[in-house]
Ligand binder design. Sequence first.
Ligand code: ZN
Length: 149
Amino acid sequence: MKKLRPFLSLVLVLVTTLLVSCSTPNKAKVPTVYTPEKIEQLQLYRAPIAQAREKMSILEEFINQENWVDTRTFIHGPLGELRQAMGSASTRLLQKDQKPSKAIAKELFSHFERIDAAAKDKNYSVAKAQFLEAAKDFDAYLDLIPSNS
Ligand code: ZN
């Protein structure tokens, strides 16, 4: 029994060291992973963006029909709110994801502006090409927001 004591105290020291090293650094550091709570929170911001992505099929249909009036109305209407939704979502991502998500959103809107200009010129091929680019950027943006589904 006497010989066990130094061993036990060594174990105690090790356990204490482990506990301390596991619990303290996280609070000071910038989070690098999404916790389940954070992911849950983000769904509130992700939902309207995912909905807008689904509505892109309506825009595609307008372009395919060369319906330039509705194409432009759509870009200035429903998609107008998207900018704000993306702004809110981007600032709630992990620090490392904020810059890329803002950059992708900016690019996405430059494609929308080019679709708008192409619609004004009644230029189907440019409108279609820009739509495909926009769809790609839209997906890349959504990929940056963790989803719980
Ligand atoms: Zn792009």
